[in-house]
Design a protein. Structure first.
Length: 263
């Protein structure tokens, strides 16, 4: 089982969820993917799941970034078409990118009133009372259909990412996510850059700042800006031994204009 949240480690929330799983399924191994997702940042959590889960064996993937806890959002468990992975968490888009990465959802249940949940259910800690016990039972091999009420996969909440667009000879994309080094993951595909004539090793302007389209940080001097393919094959920006986010003054969804150098 993998486990991702925005809970952090300052409080006992992560540990308590581990305790629930340990009581119900002591033989199940739980791998903490991260608990450092920014508070309430559903999209960043979804992007992490999409990037990281292919490196884990098929199993149960528990994720809780849940600003709508206690409200009208559904609590769900879902099976993917490829590798039959089981995703457990709030139906707010958090699970949608990972589900799409594995061929979409072929079976889903609403676990809001699951027979596996702990009673009484807190209105504000569904990670402990609903999601963790459901995930534990599924990790033990219990049928998904018995975890909750059947749900049409078509009604599950998706997540829309901002799209890149062409403006003349430039490509305008967006800052989708940041890591702790200040590297910036961009919402643009390789094909959109090659269409503008950009080649590996070439110069590029990023919001008017000179950069190089290259392979790794060491290909440019310390302090230089680079556009590169990150470890998950996403196009990203970095500053060698610095922060691209700070250098460019980017916020989440901030626009990034990419142009070939010399124009």
């Amino acid at each position: 089982m993998t486990f991702l949240t925005d809970y952090g480690y300052e409080d006992e929330f992560v540990g308590v969820c581990h305790g629930v799983v340990a009581r119900l399924a002591p033989e199940v191994r739980v791998i903490d993917l991260t608990h450092g997702v920014a508070r309430h940042d559903v999209r960043s959590g979804a992007l992490i799941l999409r990037r990281a889960l292919p490196f884990f064996p098929p199993g149960v993937h528990l994720a809780v970034v849940d600003p709508g806890v206690g409200g009208e959002r559904r609590a769900i468990a879902a099976r993917t078409a490829e590798e039959e992975r089981l995703l457990v968490g709030p139906d707010n888009g958090l699970l949608s990118l990972a589900a799409a990465r594995f061929g979409g959802v072929v079976e889903a249940v609403d676990v809001s009133r699951s027979p596996h949940r702990l009673e009484p259910v807190s209105a504000t800690f569904h990670g402990r009372d609903t999601f963790a016990p459901v995930a534990a039972h599924l990790a033990l091999g219990e049928p998904l259909a018995e975890a909750g009420e059947p749900l049409d996969p078509e009604v599950l909440v998706g997540l829309e990412l901002p799209r890149a667009r062409a403006e003349g000879d430039d490509v305008v994309c967006h800052a989708l996510a940041f890591d702790r080094f200040g590297n910036v993951m961009l919402g643009v595909e390789h094909e959109e850059l090659t269409a503008m004539g950009l080649k590996l090793g070439g110069g590029v302007l990023v919001n008017g700042d000179e950069a190089r389209y290259t392979t790794t940080f060491a290909d440019v001097p310390p302090g230089a800006l680079l556009l590169y393919e990150d470890a998950y094959r996403a196009l990203s920006l970095a500053v060698n031994r610095g922060s691209a986010a700070d250098r460019l003054g980017l916020d989440l969804d901030g626009e990034v204009r990419i142009a070939a150098a010399g124009r």
